[in-house]
Ligand binder design. Sequence first.
Ligand SMILES: C[S@@+](CC[C@H](N)C(=O)[O-])C[C@H]1O[C@@H](n2cnc3c(N)ncnc32)[C@H](O)[C@@H]1O
Length: 197
Amino acid sequence: MAGERYYKQVAEDVVTRLKAGKILDLGTGPGHLPIEIARSSTAIVVVGIDLSAKLIEAAKRNALRAGLEKRIHFQTGNASSLEFPDGSFDMVISTGMLHMLRNPVKVIEEIYRVLKPGGEAWIYDPARISSQISPREWRASLSLRERLTFKLFQLFARINRPREYHREQVTELVSQTPFRTSEIAEQGGEIRLTLLK
Ligand SMILES: C[S@@+](CC[C@H](N)C(=O)[O-])C[C@H]1O[C@@H](n2cnc3c(N)ncnc32)[C@H](O)[C@@H]1O
């Protein structure tokens, strides 16, 4: 998780990859990523879900403030038992949620189920290894509001026994799911897992 520039960059990568269609953002928090995606493309509809009703309310307010509420749908939900039918999405994305999950394999199986054949999932998560950003540099990239939000997330994460995954552990998780094609990249202190259905 990081500042506004980070979400803009991820959104740009997403809209470069997917010209039109439907995207699901898992663990959307206050909705920064769906908002940036909707800003970058009018041909994409984004659905953002999160366990926290409070964060979903905040995400809805943020979308309204940005004037993008018609193209983004925020709802509470659990990534390990999604309410969507099989093959509903062209793409599934997630930033900073993987390490919080009690049952990541179940979540990756659910991602597989809701993706259309040929669909793609991008899962970004903090990496314990090869962090390239100093904590000071990272903090400087955040607005005051984002810093406060992050403090809240830290508190939440501590309660939920967070983990950070090594590359090998992520490979092992994916091997227990139906995904046969995956790629793991490390950049800017994060792991980016790409899964192809
Ligand atoms: C570190 S925050 C990242 C939020 C957002 N993606 C961002 O980058 O700003 C992780 C989020 O995942 C959510 N979360 C954790 N477990 C979840 C689950 N099983 N289903 C849905 N959301 C979950 C938390 O409520 C939290 O909002």
